[in-house]
Design a protein around this ligand. Sequence first.
Ligand SMILES: [Zn+2]
Length: 80
Amino acid sequence: MGPADDTETTGGLSSDVLRQLRRGTLERTVLENIRARNNPLQEPIGPYTGRCQYCESDKYMFDDAAIYGCTLCLSLYSSA
Ligand SMILES: [Zn+2]
């Protein structure tokens, strides 16, 4: 994987920050910064918005029949 591929999966976050994001152990202020960067216009988040409820990204969402989720922070949500 080259640098471009890394950005695709990490959102430009350092591996340390990304790990803490995925564990839910990020400091509140750091998390707020990530949310502000992922969602600068403060668009709606959560179900049916195409935006992650946790990190507020709209670039890393996936979905299948049963679940959808975010490949950046690794949040999973039920589609049911
Ligand atoms: Zn997320």
